[in-house]
Design a protein around this ligand. Structure first.
Ligand code: DGL
Length: 261
């Protein structure tokens, strides 16, 4: 599994609950974070290098635990991989369609993911009648990294972004957290979305949906052992990782090994 940083550890968390016996190799490309405001060619180049690092470790499945890399680089990554590759967008879109009652889906994500149009395409391809509205929320990534996830500043930022989203479509009943950092802000985003909508808004993140997709992709290749699988974490920069990573993973971490791609 790889991500531009530590956000993908929210996907590791979901995967280890769903497939506890599997060994996980995680690479966070912290040195080049953020991907979310970079040009598509740059994101694709970085993503290919990350995937190659995993393939060199003989993985049997690649999960792109980064919505930006998934939205932009999935075709290139699939073309370069001998093993199945799972992105974040298709599972997230499918979960959103399963959750919505009226087809009005809000997607919050990075600028690059928004510009790619990947969520709107993935939702439209599954249900042409659905109405997706996508908004880039660049300040949410640093808030999640800083750990300011449920205080008055997080609430103000969430309100400012989500007000724009609900201004564009008042009928949104499902909100997709289209960035692997956002599950940390799930509570505040959910609360503010419900306040703005004046009713329940379903919150969907792609982490659990990706874990389910991994089960399908592994099929008979799934590791059935009962002992907990290993988690080996690598990163291209490790400053602040010890402080930030456990928040995303939700379990103690033995540490990251520094690598140079
Ligand atoms: N992990 C990225 C994503 O899911 C967000 C952080 C970044 O911009 O690199 O889109």
């Amino acid at each position: 599994m790889f991500d531009s940083g530590v956000g993908g550890l929210t996907v590791v968390h979901a995967l280890r609950r769903t497939l506890p016996g599997e060994d996980v190799v995680y690479l966070g490309d912290m040195a080049r974070l953020p991907y979310g405001n970079k040009a598509p060619r740059t994101v694709e180049r970085y993503s290919l290098a990350c995937q190659q690092f995993l393939l060199d470790r003989r993985v049997k499945l690649v999960l792109i635990a980064c919505n930006t890399a998934s939205a932009i680089a999935l075709p290139a990554l699939e073309a370069a991989s001998p093993v199945p590759v799972i992105g974040a967008v298709a599972p997230g879109a499918a979960s959103a369609l399963a959750a919505t009652r009226n087809g009005h889906i809000g997607v919050i994500c990075t600028l690059a993911t928004m510009r790619s149009g990947a969520y709107a395409q993935a939702i439209g391809a599954r249900d042409a009648a659905a109405i997706p509205t996508t908004l880039a929320c660049p300040l949410l990534v640093p808030l999640a990294e800083e750990g300011w996830t449920d205080d008055e500043i997080a609430a103000l930022v969430a309100r400012r972004y989500l007000a724009q989203l609900f201004e564009r479509d008042r009928a949104i009943d499902t909100l997709v957290l289209g960035c692997t950092h956002y599950p940390l802000l799930r509570e505040v985003l959910g609360r503010v979305a419900c306040e703005l909508a004046g009713r329940e808004v379903a919150i969907v993140d792609s982490a659990s949906a990706m874990a389910e997709a991994a089960v399908d992709a592994l099929g008979s290749n799934e590791n059935q052992r009962t002992a907990a699988g290993r988690l080996d974490c690598f990163a291209t920069d490790i400053s602040r990782l010890d402080e930030v990573a456990p928040r995303f993973l939700g379990e103690p971490l033995t540490g990251f090994e520094l690598v140079d791609l």
